[in-house]
Write a protein that binds this ligand. Structure first.
Ligand code: NAD
Length: 334
């Protein structure tokens, strides 16, 4: 059984703490300890879940009861923390983006190889139940040839000050589109971004990925009040279309619709065949809990996570390419 530390208990870290605490209560892990340089935050959360809290992560590095850690601190700190924990013999789940710089991400992948420690990155949507079902159905050919992917990740809220929408939101899409297309990278990325509130922190991005002619379009913004919190994914295949509302992990919508070709006297025409739509019900599971269970499984069985360091590294490279494309107003080829 496993002891887990959580470093960083802010907006997202407190979800790791709550989830690990549930996993400890159900006996999946033995021990949870939390650490935040903000003592009040760590204490209040520690008291709420009745777990030990610390302010100095180095104490967790030297704690023999801690086998693995979740690093949920600001992304600029990920490299140093992940490095120190792996070098001290602890397995690491580091939140996305893995780092803010691909050179640092490469070094973490190398440290993981050299030390043999598990390095997982929090690409949570790979653990989303509806995405898992969709991926399986794509693999068995239910959708035919994928012709288009699109995703909207829109909301209206206070912008982050540490990174823009490309690293905060678009990092999900660059990974997800490659995952669904079964590709390491797209052939190219072409993007535009908008800076309307802060000079170096983009608040809107339109990212186009090309996969041998199949286009993936991702629209990311925290400057869009018109749709509430919108988080969706549409995959259009030659046979069927799938739609996922990421906020509903238990639902995959299938649209049994296609454009067929008809040949008449040597002339080809197109017609739409629409056989309706239905919802595939999926047993409810919280994506974060699935992700943390997967991490614990990898730690206990020494297996490679489905979002390991190389996946995190590729996503950072694609985020860099997105910003480079936007800066130069031209596509970046892979
Ligand atoms: N997977 C997701 O969907 C998702 C969602 C939101 C955020 N995130 C990621 O989670 C990370 C944290 O984001 P957030 O929004 O929670 O940030 P946040 O600023 O709300 O919280 C970060 C916390 O880390 C603490 N911290 C900083 N340095 C520390 C150190 N050396 N030791 C201990 N604690 C330290 C801060 O005091 C703060 O409480 C980021 O990398 C972000 O991209 C992922």
């Amino acid at each position: 059984m496993t002891g887990i530390g959580v470093i960083g208990t802010g907006y997202w870290g407190k979800n790791h703490v709550r989830t690990y605490s549930e996993l400890a209560n159900e006996g999946t892990i033995d021990d949870v300890k939390i650490c935040d340089i903000n003592e009040k935050r760590a204490r209040e959360l520690g008291n709420a879940f009745n777990i030990d809290h610390l302010t100095d992560y180095k104490k967790l590095i030297h704690d023999p009861k801690i086998d693995a850690v979740s690093i949920v601190t600001p992304s600029l700190t990920h490299y140093q923390l992940a490095k120190e924990f792996m070098e001290a013999g602890k397995d690491v789940l580091v939140e996305k983006p893995m780092t803010m710089d691909s050179g640092e991400a490469e070094k973490l992948v190398q440290i993981s190889r050299d030390t043999g420690q598990i390095l997982m990155v929090g690409h949570i949507f790979r653990h989303h139940p509806a995405v898992k079902e969709l991926k399986h159905r794509i693999e068995i050919g239910e959708f035919g040839t994928i012709r288009l992917i699109s995703s909207n990740r829109l909301s209206f809220g206070a912008p982050r000050k540490d990174m823009g929408v490309v690293y905060a939101l678009g990092i999900h899409e660059v990974d997800m589109f490659c995952y669904l297309m079964d590709r390491e990278y797209p052939d190219s990325i072409l993007a535009t971004v908008g800076y309307s509130m802060q000079p170096d922190i983009e608040d809107t991005a339109m990212i186009t990925m090309d996969f041998a002619g199949t286009k993936g379009y991702a629209f990311e913004s925290w400057l869009m009040p018109a749709y509430g919190k919108q988080r969706d994914l549409v995959v259009v295949g030659s046979e069927k279309t799938a739609k996922i509302d990421y906020l509903k992990p238990q639902e995959l919508q299938i649209l049994d619709i296609r454009i067929a070709e008809e040949d008449f006297d040597g002339n080809t025409s197109f017609l739409v065949e629409n056989e309706g739509s239905y919802i595939v019900p999926i047993p409810y599971a919280e994506p974060l809990k699935e992700e943390l269970r997967h991490f614990i499984h990898c730690v206990e069985n020494r297996t490679i996570p489905i979002s390991d360091g190389t996946i995190g590294l590729r996503a950072v490279r694609m985020a860099e390419a997105t910003l480079e494309s936007a800066r130069n107003w031209s596509a970046v080829m892979f």
